[in-house]
Design a protein around this ligand. Structure first.
Ligand code: KG4
Ligand code: ZN
Length: 494
């Protein structure tokens, strides 16, 4: 959708949409035109091709610190595509530009979808106007959001193969742009650090520009820069850190170096408004497999266990190679496993034997499993048997998921915590979601899974973590921090 400021030539299309969207209380063309052309208003239109799919407008009187959203409409056939959100973003950005410190709006009490959208933008209900909408006699909820004290934070993530730049205002997501170098690693069957670092260098500027564009803000409006400084691949981290430091120096804005793993936990703020603590968090990706006990996002995060060899996603990638599937292996194995039997082959469950429980209760190991799959395949080949791909994939997947979920649920029980948060790219796994849902339900544990775009590595989670630090009064990082490939999870900020 292309968004631009509205003008009088748009009036016919606007009026057609106005009448569709507000059947009983549409504005007249005269009212609409005078609002469009008024000095103190700002109206935007959103087009897909030649079709108007939405519009919205706000008013802001000179000298006043308040802006009012007067109307916002999306074509019924175009709802659910994020257009309403984009129009809100454009209006909010303009309100900020015009110096507004708060925005008000009225919304029909029976329009829950619109209310939800406004809540995402931080609007809260502050009053009711009885029977405001005539002739229906429906109440209006008055909603308000404050634009001050909520810092605009740009977050940069480059710890592995995703170049991610996210922009948040307070807890509100404005942009989350990701460029992955996954394709470039495909022929090697795994992430090659040097290639990842070079790809970050190439992707950073375009990703930055796209993120600023999506958020509708200029670089000089950003209040703070956040960056992942570990854990991750040193060379890859350095590219993001270099960029963040340069931006901080050039703009004069403070910098916050933050922990990638804690960032994964903070992603839940963007999905649900906050991270409910205490919680156990299971982070599973191509680069890490960590089980965390989070009592306080900023002050008390403990590593209960992690992989002692391959990461969960890495295990999927390596086993996929053994099975002749392409990279990344996770989605391929997930697909191949769909019609297979999870019980066909009993593959080993790493670090679950009584003797392991002493030292590795919450640690993971997938290299033995990987070897077992390879042996199984070799043995079958030597006997001239046909590879039962679906069964092997399903049985392997079950072995990984079984250990991940059971260790996470055990931690919940041991620490008396009835919440489990998932993060990382492996969260896309269908069986992991299913198994975790079943087990958590059976144990009375609330399972939280943010949308996948916030689970995989991204800059928005880094920005929102820094935003929490800023809100808590944390002092910015000094420019002498560096890439820490094995950064301790207890170090939220460097
Ligand atoms: O978090 P992520 O996008 O980035 C890095 O770790 O860099 O995770 C990517 C990892 C890959 O190893 C990929 O094979 C795995 O997540 N993955 C999956 C699935 N989709 C992606 N693993 C299992 N099942 C899936 N459906
Ligand atoms: Zn990650």
């Amino acid at each position: 959708m292309l968004i631009r400021e509205a003008n009088e030539h748009d009036i016919d299309q606007i009026m057609a949409l106005e009448k569709t969207c507000f059947v009983n209380d549409a504005w007249s063309e005269e009212v609409m035109l005078s609002e469009l052309e008024a000095e103190h208003t700002f109206y935007v239109v959103g087009f897909v091709g030649d079709n108007l799919v939405g519009y919205g407008g706000l008013s802001k009187l000179p000298g006043s610190h308040q802006a009012d959203i007067q109307t916002i409409a999306t074509a019924p056939a175009e709802r659910g595509k994020g257009y309403g959100r984009a129009i809100m973003q454009a209006l909010t950005a303009q309100a900020i530009k015009l110096g507004a410190e708060e925005i008000f709006l009225e919304v029909r009490a029976d329009n829950k979808v619109a209310q939800k959208l406004y809540e995402v933008f931080g609007f809260k209900r502050i009053g009711v106007r009885k029977k405001y909408y005539q002739p229906d006699g429906v109440d209006a909820f008055v909603m308000q959001t404050s634009l001050v004290r909520q810092p605009l934070v740009l977050g940069i993530e480059s710890s592995c193969d995703e170049t991610g730049i996210g922009i948040v205002r307070g807890n509100q997501l404005l942009a989350n742009v990701i460029s992955s170098s996954m394709d470039k690693h495909a022929i090697f069957g795994g992430v090659v650090p040097e290639i990842a670092a070079r790809a970050h260098l190439e992707a950073l500027n375009p990703v930055l520009n796209e993120a600023l564009d999506k958020a509708g803000v200029d670089l000089d409006e950003i209040d703070a820069i956040a960056v992942t400084n570990g854990p991750g691949l040193a060379g890859a981290l350095m590219v993001g850190i270099g960029a963040a430091k340069a931006l901080s120096v050039a703009t004069g804005k403070p910098i916050y170096a933050v922990n990638h793993l804690v960032g994964h936990v903070a992603a839940d703020i963007l999905a649900n408004g906050k991270v409910e603590t205490p919680t156990i968090a299971l982070l599973v990706s191509g680069g890490h497999t960590s089980l965390l006990l989070v009592r306080d996002l900023l002050k008390d995060v403990v590593l209960l266990g992690e992989t002692i060899d391959d990461a969960a996603g890495e295990a999927f990638d390596k086993v996929a190679r053994v099975l002749g599937l392409s990279y990344p292996g996770g989605p391929e194995i997930d697909r191949a496993a769909k019609d297979g039997s999870a019980n066909a082959i009993r593959f080993p469950r790493g670090l679950t034997l009584p003797k392991d429980m002493q030292d590795h209760r919450y640690d993971f190991s997938f290299s033995g499993l990987k070897t077992a799959v390879a042996r199984h395949v070799e043995l079958g080949e030597s006997k001239g048997e046909k590879l039962e791909l679906a069964d092997v994939a399903a049985s392997f997947r079950e072995a990984v998921v079984d250990v991940l979920v059971n260790k996470a649920v055990s931690a919940c029980k041991e620490y008396g915590i009835n919440r489990l948060l998932l993060g990382g790219g492996v969260v896309a796994n269908a069986r992991l979601r299913e198994y975790a849902t079943e087990h958590c339900e059976a144990e009375g544990i609330e399972l939280r899974i943010p949308p996948l775009s916030l689970c995989t590595d991204n800059g928005a989670m880094i920005a929102v973590l820094a935003s929490q630090l800023i809100a808590a009064g944390a002092i910015p990082s000094t420019l002498d921090f560096s890439a820490e490939s094995t950064l301790d999870v207890r170090v939220v900020q460097s």
